[in-house]
Design a protein around this ligand. Structure first.
Ligand code: ACO
Ligand code: OAA
Length: 377
């Protein structure tokens, strides 16, 4: 009998040397190195290069990569003008999807699908995503777009372009850690989507536009914004337990918890919680943080036995919110980090490409004949 792997759960379709996940123990490694070590010691720039090259870079390689990213931060003027003319009421993820598609029109290398071209485009895109997302946010808020600076880190420069203020070293580092935590995660839905597009030998821009569309949904990257919607709906910490209990009694989903692979704490959620706690210890617990603490406890007590624990989207919003970022920009920020994983995975898969084309069990009608329109009931 044919078995159907609903949601492709547990289906292996390729090999990868980038990311390993042990979902029952809550382990995540990139290139064999635990995510906690990346978060503590590395930077988004270094992890991006490591994913692209499949190895830890030397100091000289990292310096050259960093300089290359900085030199590519500007976006075409026409694109900046186009972003400024986007309707203000569209979701920033819609704007990002359109802007990246538009960016591809200005790249003479866009249609080159060789590995060197894919790598060069990827590096430019990693750099330009920050400028595009900040420009989308500024335009949406009716504020002038801010040009990138080349004396700031990728994370620091993004916060500067977003807010118009140079972040403190601690703020820039906290945001950098969030980017590191989100940079790659195996065959998640958006990376798989990017690879599916790439497997047809399509161009990198098309792969990334497809991936942005997949990340946007609330079951994937869109969950970080949905968590904030939930916190706003809960209102105060004393309401949190009753709110979650009612939702679970009604068999409704709680955002930011549960995962296809992790059946225990997502290790990234632990790192983010520690940082949220660190901020709370200095500045007092925010209402959001207190609500999250109660939701985590209620969910783990009620449905932890089903393998439902906080995922990466659970605490990320409170960290961004502490940095003064509005919730509409949380999912674009996920894309700001995940662009590295998408590009690295597309390049890795293209080395041994095979068209992705699964199958569906046919359960429709058989032995039918065409009925003329006038003869149908
Ligand atoms: C970056 C990321 O993409 S991380 C994921 C972000 N998404 C979210 O946070 C959205 C909320 N979570 C979910 O919707 C789910 O947990 C998913 C889609 C992420 C993973 O779902 P699946 O792997 O399909 O889980 P599955 O459906 O097998 O769940 C098993 C059981 O837990 C329940 N469950 C799963 N997630 C949740 C949740 N968030 N809230 C309440 N119950 C849940 C299911 O209803 C199911 O219960 P049942 O056995 O009584 O029918
Ligand atoms: O791996 C997944 O399915 C979703 C996820 O956590 C991610 O993309 O970071």
């Amino acid at each position: 009998m044919t078995t159907i792997a609903k949601g492709l759960e547990g289906v292996l379709f390729t090999e990868s040397k980038l990311t390993f996940i042990n979902g029952s123990e809550g382990i995540l490694t990139h290139l064999g190195i635990p995510i906690q070590e990346w978060a503590e010691n590395s930077t988004f720039e270094e992890l991006s290069l490591a994913l692209l090259d499949g190895k830890l870079p030397t100091a000289a390689e990292l310096a050259a990569f960093d300089a290359h990213l900085k030199a590519n931060r500007m976006i075409p003027e026409k694109l900046a003008e186009e972003i400024a003319s986007f309707p203000r009421n569209v979701h920033p993820m819609q704007a990002l999807r359109t802007a990246v598609s538009y960016l591809g029109l200005f790249d003479p290398q866009a249609e080159d699908t060789g590995e060197d071209a894919r790598r060069a485009i990827s590096i430019r895109m990693i750099a330009q995503f920050a400028t595009i997302i900040a420009a989308i946010a500024r335009a949406r808020e009716g504020q002038p777009v801010i040009a990138p600076r080349s004396d700031l880190t990728h994370a620091g420069n993004f916060l500067y372009m977003l807010t118009g203020k140079e972040p403190t070293t601690e703020q820039a580092r906290l945001f950098d850690i969030a980017l590191v935590l989100h940079a790659d995660h195996g065959m998640n839905a958006s990376t798989f989507t990017a690879i599916a597009t790439s497997s047809t030998l399509s161009d990198v821009y098309s792969c990334i536009v497809s991936a942005i569309g997949a990340l946007k949904g609330p079951l994937h990257g869109g969950a970080n914004e949905a968590v904030m919607d939930m916190l706003d709906e809960v209102g105060t910490p004393d309401q949190a337990e009753a709110y979650i209990t009612k939702k679970l009694d009604n068999k409704e989903k709680i955002m930011g918890v549960g995962h296809r692979v992790y059946k225990y704490f997502d290790p990234r959620s632990r790192v983010l919680r520690d940082y949220a706690e660190h901020v709370a210890s200095k500045e007092g617990k925010s209402t959001y943080y207190q609500i999250l603490e109660t939701i985590e406890k209620t969910v783990v007590d009620r449905i932890g036995s089903k393998g439902i624990y906080p995922n990466v989207d659970f605490y990320s919003g409170t960290v961004y919110s502490d940095l003064g970022i509005k919730k509409e920009y949380f999912t674009p920020i996920f894309a700001l980090a995940r662009i590295s994983g998408w590009c690295a995975s597309v390049i890795e898969y293209s080395r041994d490409n095979r068209l992705l084309r699964p199958d569906a069990q046919y359960t429709g009608a058989t032995d039918q004949h065409y009925v003329q329109l006038q003869d149908r009931q």
